[in-house]
Design a binder for this molecule. Structure first.
Ligand code: GTP
Ligand code: MN
Ligand code: MN
Length: 545
């Protein structure tokens, strides 16, 4: 619930970009501290009366890693307590880790969550208490405090995830010189052992394919993919290797259910076969769960939809599962788990990928010319709205770095921070790519088969990372694959190289229209943000930067 989510600081400028003449910033909501205190007091007084209180200590990241950070959540929801047990390293070992790090600089995040109780005391849905009218999620980023009232949805209630690992995390990261990002982490290596293994991170907006890519089963023989994380990456510069190193602060997966099947994502299916929880999915009367896109239930099996009503495919007017229904399961059950997923030093990052749902104009893949150009590419990310957020489906949303809902501080300062990281002395910069699995063809279908076939694109990235100059050509937007450089063998129908990679000047002029000074723009915040980037980029001597 982006519109109910606030950053609260003494100075507004710390939290959100301030734009002259714009009343409400479009990158985050800010609330003064005294207002936050009023709202918290008004909602939290007596709110848990008669309910069970759960105290949940947790650590984000491998226990013992200097990159990990501790937190505590107080909640009145059993669902939250159980989910936190799957999604984080929770309980005694977390307390043990906190005792060990006592007296160190490690900041403890304090989260308070209440499911909510409507003013009249009546619960509309008796088995799922909430208070949609007064829902609010407040982050006091300078105090490491989170207050969440009225919603049980994962992103609003499992405070370790989006609230801690991304919002407070990104602010801590800015203060301490690292990055907290909405990114998967995966390893890719040639099966023959004849080449080196590389780790990639990727930032796509919600419901745009992170979990799928992180657990991908390659459709082409010859490569092995391994999973470190599917949603969040904490990234630090490592002096020994000179590379950026990433850890997955989480311990479980909270994945989009619809569309997940043995065909599209067998590794996810295998991961949630035990110790898993499902929210807003349909139930089958043989004790299973079901959602759209899963293999058809066996003949004669009765389905109950996510509202608890009988459902049959032939007569149904609504889907059986909510479009944003989710599975929650321990990541260590994942068959493609990387051997270094809990390495206290993280894994070295060779490439960073950005992407979104772009039906037209955006090529299947291109590579930024430099780190700074890559930062610009990240700030460009746009995507069609999906069921994961409260926006209308189908509208094109700007979502810089796939972080729009998760910025923990001023998005302009965030860009500055990314540029600064690129200047770290001794840093071997990773390459930065942009992908679009969702390009449409003339008939309106997907122009690229996606899923396991995406390995063909990763293979090209690996060749670029290893320094192969023969497979790319420079275009006005960056490097794209030369014809024949991406293995299309065995694809039926054979994708049209021109359609996947042609440089569409009209499209790009529109795309960068916001960058032309003086030109009409519909969104002053982005305009201000891009102007900041432009002025920062003008400092660089190399014209390519
Ligand atoms: P959050 O967990 O909300 O941050 O989202 P996510 O980025 O992990 O998204 P996820 O991997 O769960 O993908 C969600 C949707 O994207 C599903 O409907 C998938 O079927 C679809 N999807 C994923 N990968 C591909 C792909 O390569 N091609 C196409 N066409 N669809 C894909
Ligand atoms: Mn996410
Ligand atoms: Mn996901």
């Amino acid at each position: 619930m982006e519109s109910r989510t606030f950053l609260s600081t003494f100075r507004k400028e710390v939290a959100v970009p301030e734009v002259e003449g714009e009343a409400k910033p479009s990158l985050g909501n800010w609330m003064p501290l005294h207002e936050a205190d009023c709202i918290i007091k008004e909602r939290f007084e007596n709110c848990m009366k008669g309910r069970t209180m759960y105290l949940v200590p947790y650590v984000m990241g491998p226990i013992g890693s200097h990159m990990s950070r501790p937190g505590v959540e107080l909640t009145d929801s059993a669902y939250v307590a159980l989910s936190m047990g799957i999604m984080t390293r929770m309980g005694e070992r977390a307390v043990g880790a906190m005792k060990c790090s006592e007296g160190t600089s490690s900041r403890l995040v304090k989260g308070l969550h209440c499911s909510g109780r409507p003013k009249d005391g009546k619960l509309a849905v008796p088995f799922w208490p909430c208070d949609p009218e007064r829902t609010v999620i407040v982050h006091k980023i300078e105090q490491d405090e989170i207050f969440s009232y009225g919603s049980g949805y994962g992103g609003n209630s499992l405070l370790a995830k989006k609230c801690h690992a991304l919002r407070l995390g990104s602010y801590q990261a800015k203060c301490e010189g690292w990055l907290a990002e909405h990114m998967l982490i995966m390893g890719v290596e040639p099966e023959c052992g004849c080449g080196r293994k590389h780790y990639l991170t990727a930032a796509f907006p919600s419901a745009c394919g992170k979990t799928n890519l992180a657990m991908m089963k390659p459709a082409v023989a010859g490569y092995k993919v391994s999973t470190v994380g599917d949603d969040i990456a904490w990234i630090h510069f490592n002096r020994t290797t000179g590379k950026l190193h990433a850890i997955n602060p989480e311990y479980g997966m909270f994945g989009v259910a619809p569309g997940t099947s043995w065909k599209t994502n067998p590794n996810a299916m295998a991961t949630f076969m035990k110790n898993a929880m499902f929210t807003n999915v349909a139930l089958t009367d043989d004790g299973g769960v079901w959602w759209e896109g899963m293999e058809e239930p066996c003949k004669g099996v009765k389905v109950t939809d996510w509202h608890g009503k009988p459902w049959d495919k032939l007569n149904a007017k609504t889907p059986a599962a909510h479009g944003n229904s989710r599975f929650t399961c321990p990541i260590y059950q994942c068959p493609s788990l990387d051997k270094d997923w809990e390495n206290c030093d993280g894994v070295p990052v060779s490439g960073i990928i950005f992407g979104g749902r772009r039906p037209h104009g955006m090529p299947l893949v291109y590579e930024a010319l430099s780190w700074n150009h890559g930062v610009l590419v990240g700030s460009f990310v746009k995507s069609e709205a999906t069921a994961a957020a409260e926006h209308k489906g189908g509208t094109m949303m700007h979502d810089p770095f796939a972080m729009r809902p998760f910025y923990g501080y001023n998005a302009g300062h965030y860009l500055q921070h990314w540029l600064d990281i690129g200047c770290t002395p001794g840093l071997k910069q990773p390459k930065i790519f942009h992908v679009n699995w969702f390009l449409r063809n003339k008939e309106g279908g997907f122009a690229w088969p996606g899923y396991g076939e995406n390995i063909r694109v990763l293979e090209w990235m690996l060749r670029r990372i290893e320094g192969d100059d023969t497979v790319a050509e420079e275009t006005p937007i960056g490097y794209v694959p030369k014809e024949g450089a991406i293995n299309m063998e065995g694809l039926d129908p054979k994708p049209d190289h021109d359609h996947l990679f042609k440089f569409d000047k009209e499209f790009w002029l529109k795309e960068v229209g916001v960058l032309v000074p003086g030109q009409e723009t519909t969104d002053p915040t982005y305009y201000a943000m891009f102007q900041t980037v432009l002025s920062l980029l003008s400092r660089w001597k190399n014209p390519r930067n």
